[in-house]
Design a protein around this ligand. Structure first.
Ligand code: FES
Length: 144
């Protein structure tokens, strides 16, 4: 029966993280919200959100948010990415990876789910919370 048990508990890396839609700092105009335990950034661009993995797609360093330039910047070899994870410059071969998400209403009904490409999800009317599955990483698109 052990095989039927979930491998990770709620809120552990590799497991699921639930965040209230109102808790992301999403009104802060283009600033990502770090989830350091889950190793992802919640980002919002326009009215769409995503959960971006905090590890650079070059050689695996932890990159940071540059609030002056409004970009993600990796200290190791200088890769840069837009808020939505799109590659801008540097040796990283692809966009930042992201995690699969589901957006739920207050009753627990699923309103929206990530597509296979891990595209930004437009927050639907009635959205209450988002569940980020850090066991389901979606590889960022290669840019060359
Ligand atoms: Fe990020 Fe090399 S690990 S640029």
């Amino acid at each position: 029966f052990l095989f039927a048990m979930p491998r990770f508990r709620e809120g552990e890396v590799g497991g699921r993280f639930t965040q209230q839609i109102g808790d992301f700092g999403l009104d802060t105009n283009g600033t990502p919200n770090a989830n350091n335990v889950g190793k992802f950034w919640m980002v919002k661009v326009g009215d769409s959100i995503n959960a971006i993995y905090k590890v650079c797609t070059h050689l695996g360093c932890l990159y940071g948010w540059n609030s002056n330039g409004k970009i993600f910047a990796c200290p190791c070899h200088g890769s840069q990415f837009q808020l939505d994870g799109t590659w801008i410059a540097g040796p990283a071969p692809r966009n930042l990876d992201r995690f699969k998400m589901q957006i739920l209403d207050a009753g627990g009904n699923v309103l929206a789910t990530s597509d296979d490409a891990g595209s930004m999800i437009k927050v639907p009317a009635g959205a209450d919370r988002v569940v980020v599955d850090t066991g389901a990483k979606i590889t960022g698109k290669a840019h060359f």
